[in-house]
Design a protein around this ligand. Structure first.
Ligand SMILES: C[C@@]1(CC(=O)O)c2cc3[nH]c(cc4nc(cc5[nH]c(cc(n2)[C@H]1CCC(=O)O)[C@@](C)(CC(=O)O)[C@@H]5CCC(=O)O)C(CC(=O)O)=C4CCC(=O)O)c(CCC(=O)O)c3CC(=O)O
Ligand SMILES: NC(=O)C1=CN([C@@H]2O[C@H](COP(=O)(O)OP(=O)(O)OC[C@H]3O[C@@H](n4cnc5c(N)ncnc54)[C@H](O)[C@@H]3O)[C@@H](O)[C@H]2O)C=CC1
Length: 212
């Protein structure tokens, strides 16, 4: 049986607790903010980068050591301290309260782990080694970034634009022909070469030819 079930969670406006104010906490906070979470940090100190985020009101900070009541309504909790005992307490409290918990230096105490992620518009790829080697997860993410370039952003938004029209305007057989044609590589190649309007024209013509 596999340990971790992967899902993509909508964290926009959801309260998330981060315990600790060092480099690892900073890395987790950055990704959380990029995904719209409301981040509450509890730590007796913060590295400068986190202090800047607090000063610019991008997240909240309680300047204190962690205690059980800090959990409040956080749906997801990250324990990012260097102290085993503190991390263990946060993990116990989180599990008692049935919240999801990530303990950064002990996969055994985690109910979830964080993958290495890359985005190209609507394309999001998350890579995990199940904790076996975070460095390998990062290296694979870097390779994927080279393989899937910026062109995927325009490519996917163009395909998305057509989804509604195709859904209501074509039969299931025609749909199959349409999607096979527009995803056969030609459109992607044109976008990659910076010829987006030409690519749009090819899609349009493909749609029309199916209606004839
Ligand atoms: C289990 C997990 C728990 C969790 O954090 O969720 C975990 C645990 C640990 N990481 C450690 C070390 C490092 N981790 C990184 C980086 C990343 N770590 C991330 C995730 C995870 N790390 C989860 C498993 C992911 C998986 O494997 O699927 C990434 C993917 C995501 C993120 O953090 O946002 C992010 C790369 C993001 C990117 O660049 O894309 C680097 C720096 C680097 O490599 O750049 C180092 C230093 C080099 C080294 O020591 O390896 C240590 C040892 C600490 C020690 O020995 O002191 C532990 C503890 C242990 O394993 O016991
Ligand atoms: N999962 C991951 O991605 C990685 C995990 N690690 C591990 O993560 C841990 C943290 O690493 P760093 O951020 O570099 O450490 P750090 O020492 O810079 O930061 C630890 C932070 O925890 C705070 N803290 C300590 N006691 C606390 C308490 N009682 N309540 C609240 N906050 C408290 C400290 O004040 C400090 O801000 C280390 O144990 C390290 O081995 C390291 C690299 C990557």
């Amino acid at each position: 049986m596999s340990d971790y079930y992967p899902i993509f969670v909508d964290l926009r406006l959801k309260p998330v607790l981060v315990v600790g104010g060092g480099n690892v906490a900073y890395r987790k906070v950055q990704t959380l903010l990029e995904h719209g979470a409301i981040v509450h940090i509890v730590s007796p100190d913060l590295i400068m980068e986190l202090k800047d985020l607090v000063d610019s009101q991008r997240c909240f900070w309680a300047n204190k050591e962690y205690s059980s009541e800090d959990i409040q309504d956080a749906t997801i909790i990250f324990s990012c301290t260097e102290k085993d005992e503190v991390n263990a307490n946060v993990s116990i409290d989180a599990q008692k309260n049935k919240r999801l918990i990530n303990v950064v230096d002990d996969p055994e105490k985690c109910s979830f782990i964080v993958p290495s992620i890359m985005e190209r518009g609507d394309l999001k790829i998350a890579v995990s080694t199940g904790g076996s080697s975070p460095i390998v997860a990062r290296q694979i993410r870097e390779q994927l970034q080279m393989q899937y370039g910026q062109e995927f952003e325009d490519y996917l938004s163009l395909l998305k634009e057509w989804r509604k029209k195709v859904k209501s305007g074509l039969s299931s057989e025609q749909k199959h022909v349409f999607w096979s044609k527009v995803t056969d590589g030609e459109i992607l190649e044109l976008i990659k070469k910076g010829r987006l309007s030409e690519a749009k024209g090819v899609v349009e013509r493909c749609f029309r030819s199916l209606l004839d």
